[in-house]
Design a protein around this ligand. Sequence first.
Ligand code: DX5
Ligand code: ZN
Length: 231
Amino acid sequence: MPQLIATNPEIVTMKTLVSPSLLAADFTDLRGQMEMINRSEADWLHCDVMDGSFVPNISFGFPVLQAVKRICVKPLDVHYMIVNPERYIEQTAQLGAMMMSVHYEACTHLDRTIHEIHMAGMKAGVVLNPSTPVHLLQEVIEDVDMVLLMSVNPGFGGQHFIENTISKVQRLRAMLANCGSSALIEVDGGVNGETAPRLVRAGVDVLVSGSYVFGDKDPLARIRELKYEKV
Ligand code: DX5
Ligand code: ZN
């Protein structure tokens, strides 16, 4: 089972990690969907929390996440699309999340927030909107466990992949190599059987996928398909 080492997030797998996005699940059958995820080769479960302020949509919050956590055996990869996400670090840690990712654009004191996430016992991810350049992470890159590049404008599932993400992944890969960082690169939005192999060739470690996985009649096969050998 691929995993993240507790204190040193080096990649111990030669395959991409897959983090199916709960947002695209059938909420009328949450238990069935989580049991499918448990049986699958998914590495994590991606949980999109939206506040209707940072993004023009509202998704779900702690009551749903707690229900999911009771059933889902995969580590929770929580993606906050909310303003001032530092307000929820303690609650997210108590939930038992493995990774807490916050938007660069939503945090006034990003350095402090990263350290507070670590102090609470979680991995820290920083998320960039499509229009935010990777070089803005220069001063925190050595402290983060993962950088999540949005390949759609956040707020909704099922959108079209923004092509510029491919070269952005390459720029981030070069930046991580330059500073000797072993942070993971995750991409979120429009990931499917056509975009995923190109993302993997560009240097992605973790693929988030919502509608491609949950919208298919064979989600287990779609998850297996997204487990690529890394180049
Ligand atoms: C979008 C969310 C994504 C979304 C991806 O704001 O952050 O995680 O669920 O959905 P797809 O894979 O359908 O683009
Ligand atoms: Zn997401």
